[in-house]
Ligand binder design. Structure first.
Ligand code: AMP
Ligand code: GLY
Length: 419
């Protein structure tokens, strides 16, 4: 079969790397892909948010299956559109994609189904904010309701800051919505829990922990993720059972009851406090960079898993995992997550001899006049596996030393909880 993968990040390079290994696959196209995917698949420069153009590209290239990487096309209804046009596609439809696309949708669903999550209020105007502040303790978390590329969440340490940040959102700081959610602050340890879901079943698809803050010791603004490792040691069997019973099952059941079942990758962002899991957020896709540390551990054909899921037969497949640990460190453009420049040449990384346990997943890269150049904030994911996180990280640093790129920076403390 011919497969098209939508997206251009490190997540998509990792997925592509696994997809091309499958013996079920003939041609793989990445739309639009990056310099890394161009080496193992065919990149097509089409805007995936232009659904009509996408459809004609799919037909022209005789694509049998579309796998969607990022959230934006999912939230915009790419799956509904392609299915209507008789194209097989892996991902959630527009309605269940609101789990990520609207914080208020997700929180209301939690409240209706008694799913443990931070106490909250949906606010449309200043008086709503003032009312929540009357009975809440600082810090308070302010969240833009719609998609905001990881920039919509602010933890506020004074009531004045809550009011200021809220007013910016009401005035339209984020195009996706002028609504917001105010939340009680939860302390504890964060972890990411992944599933593949079909209309009848769900199956575990790895755990990870990422580092969202740009600075070492978890300081500075939030980013898309500066590094990650898998598995997440905090997600022990007992907690996992609680996650499934108190969070995952009630969520999937609630959507099924609305006749809007969830399908695709589901990512639960959790806070673990005193042995109890609380839902912080849902994402309706794989994590980035979490995907880059889960894929190297996967020992089953991913296309086979996706095909079983599209037939609602996930209960018939057993996913095998390699008994290794994996970590990735993200090399970013200086200035990220603020302003940064692009088109900066990166010394050839093809000459770096990598052992089998290591791989460099590209994110914001492209080939310009036969040279590898930066093309985004997060540029390369230096990834390695082994038995000890400490040795894995040492190995990653050795590889980074060989990359001749002055325009970049990275966090040296990725995995501090496990090292
Ligand atoms: P979200 O986009 O909802 O995942 O929020 C981004 C990040 O903000 C999370 O990964 C947490 O680190 C932090 N965060 C969000 N909500 C809360 C909360 N209620 N309590 C503490 N931290 C939070
Ligand atoms: N690494 C966080 C995310 O993918 O949303």
């Amino acid at each position: 079969m011919n497969i098209a993968l939508i997206g251009s990040g490190g997540r998509e390079h990792a997925l592509c790397h696994k997809i091309v290994e499958s013996d079920k696959v003939n041609k793989v196209f990445c739309i639009p892909g990056n310099a890394g995917t161009s080496k193992i698949a065919t990149n097509i420069k089409v805007d995936a948010l232009n659904f009509k153009k996408l459809l004609s590209t799919i037909k022209k290239n005789k694509i049998n299956l579309v796998i969607v990487g990022p959230e934006q096309p999912l939230v915009m209804g790419i799956v509904d559109f392609l299915e209507k046009n008789k194209i097989k596609v892996f991902g959630p439809k527009k309605y269940p994609a609101q789990l990520e696309g609207s914080k208020s949708f997700m929180k209301d669903l939690c409240r209706e189904n008694k799913i443990p999550t931070a106490n909250y209020k949906v606010c449309k105007k200043k008086s709503d904010v003032l009312e929540f502040l009357k009975s809440s303790k600082i810090p308070v978390v302010v969240k833009a309701d719609g998609l905001a590329s990881g920039k919509g969440v602010t933890i506020c340490y004074s009531k004045n800051e809550v009011i200021k940040v809220s007013e910016e959102i009401f005035l339209g700081k984020f195009k996706s919505s002028k609504k917001l959610v105010l939340e009680e602050f939860l302390s504890g340890e964060e972890a990411s829990y992944f599933l593949i879901v079909d209309k009848r079943n769900f199956i575990f698809f790895g755990s990870a922990q990422d580092h969202k803050k740009v600075g070492e010791r978890e300081t500075g603004p939030n980013t898309g993720g500066m590094g990650a490792y898998s598995p997440a040691p905090i997600l022990k069997n007992k907690i996992e059972k609680k996650i499934i019973k108190k969070i995952i099952r009630p969520t999937l059941l609630a959507l099924k009851k609305k006749r809007k079942p969830f399908t695709g990758f589901l990512y639960a962002g959790l806070m673990i406090k005193d042995g109890e899991p609380y839902l912080i957020e849902y994402n309706v896709r794989m994590g980035d960079p979490e995907c880059q540390v889960i894929i190297p551990r996967l020992d089953t054909d991913i296309v086979k898993i996706i095909n079983y899921s599209l037939k609602n037969k996930l209960h018939k497949i057993k996913i095998k995992w390699k008994k290794i640990k994996c970590m990735t460190v993200v090399l970013c453009s200086k200035g990220y997550p603020g302003r940064y420049s692009t088109n900066k040449p990166i010394g050839s990384i093809d000459n770096i001899k990598l052992e089998k346990k290591s791989i460099i997943f590209h994110a914001g890269t492209k080939i310009d006049k036969k040279r590898l150049v930066s093309n985004g904030g997060r540029v390369l994911n230096i990834t390695s596996s082994g038995n000890s996180f400490s040795n894995i990280r040492k190995n990653i640093f050795k590889i980074i030393k060989k990359i001749n790129w002055r325009g970049g920076f990275f966090r040296k403390d990725i995995g501090w909880r496990v090292i």
